[in-house]
Write a protein of this length. Structure first.
Length: 308
């Protein structure tokens, strides 16, 4: 009874922290200007790790505590990079994710400790190692899936967005004004890509060079198509060539790639459906069609072999 009481006393607040941090993480709003100001404040001799060690508020103290653990600073840096690639930026998103990861790790360890109570030391030790690995790997796996989904959404919306950017540039607007207009128009259709464009324009307004702003966009997204787009815009601005016609041709090329990806996905669908059909549908079909006939045959044989 005492072990069960300790287990529930530890699990309940952990679940509460996980739910709260998950809600706060997925409700994180974009603040490009605030991110840029924080980046400028942290630039120079003071690194991000030293800022975390100072501990600003509750989130800063929590991150400072995690970074003080051996290997915690590398864990924070890697998680921050993956969060940016998934579209969640800022210290708040990082603190929420670290709270989720730490809470899930504690929950797995406590649950395994309760499940292994009364067993020998070797089994308990192996179970605790397995629980620690599961608690550490599963949040990173989920974050990787979120980052892949974020990149896929941006890649799907890139042809239409670039086409619209070329049309807006053709009307005579400057690049920053055109990107702002495209961000406003695409906000409800492709919010991820619109947010990235808006982040670039706000960083340029905050004083960053356009080339560095686009390089930051490439690092955040990790897409080769956006890397080519940023190189095209930078070269056009440097050499004074027409950007509108180049963007229209590039958008057509991206639409062709999108159509080829769709055709490839359709071609792979048949192969992917083969294994579920063989493993799940065909056995059920055999049972439904053959078992009644077999039962009926066995019943007839028993009736014929019965003594009269």
């Amino acid at each position: 009874m005492l072990s069960a009481a300790i287990f529930f006393a530890l699990v309940f607040p952990t679940i509460v922290v996980l739910v709260w941090a998950g809600v706060r993480l997925f409700r994180t709003e974009e603040d490009p200007l605030g991110d840029r100001i924080a980046e400028l404040q942290s630039a120079g001799p003071a690194a991000s790790g030293s800022v975390r060690r100072k501990g600003r508020g509750l989130k800063g103290r929590f991150l400072s505590m995690v970074s003080s653990i051996p290997g915690g600073e590398d864990w924070i840096k890697g998680s921050e990079k993956r969060l940016r690639q998934a579209g969640y930026r800022g210290e708040q998103a990082l603190a929420n994710y670290m709270a989720i990861a730490a809470g899930w790790l504690v929950l797995c360890m406590v649950g395994m400790m309760f499940a292994q109570s009364g067993k020998d030391l070797s089994n308990a030790f192996g179970g605790m190692i397995a629980a620690g690995i599961l608690g550490f790997v599963l949040p990173q796996f989920a974050l990787g899936k979120l980052a892949a989904r974020f990149r896929r959404r941006m890649q799907e919306g890139l042809p239409d967005t670039i086409d619209l950017l070329g049309i807006v540039l053709g009307t005579g607007l400057a690049l920053d004004q055109a990107m702002n207009r495209v961000s406003d128009e695409m906000q409800h259709i492709y919010p991820e890509l619109a947010g990235e464009f808006y982040t670039v324009t706000m960083q340029v307004r905050a004083g960053q060079e356009r080339a560095k702003a686009f390089q930051g966009m490439v690092r955040r997204t990790g897409l080769e198509d956006i890397k080519s787009l940023s190189a095209m815009i930078i070269q056009s601005e440097r050499f004074g060539t027409s950007l509108s016609s180049a963007l229209n041709a590039y958008a057509e090329d991206l639409r062709t790639r999108r159509r080829l990806r769709a055709e490839e996905a359709v071609g792979k669908a048949g192969i992917k459906m083969l294994f579920p059909i063989v493993l799940f549908i065909l056995p059920v079909l055999f049972v439904v069609t053959l078992v009644p006939a077999i039962i009926h045959t066995i019943h007839d044989m028993q009736t014929l072999g019965a003594p009269r």
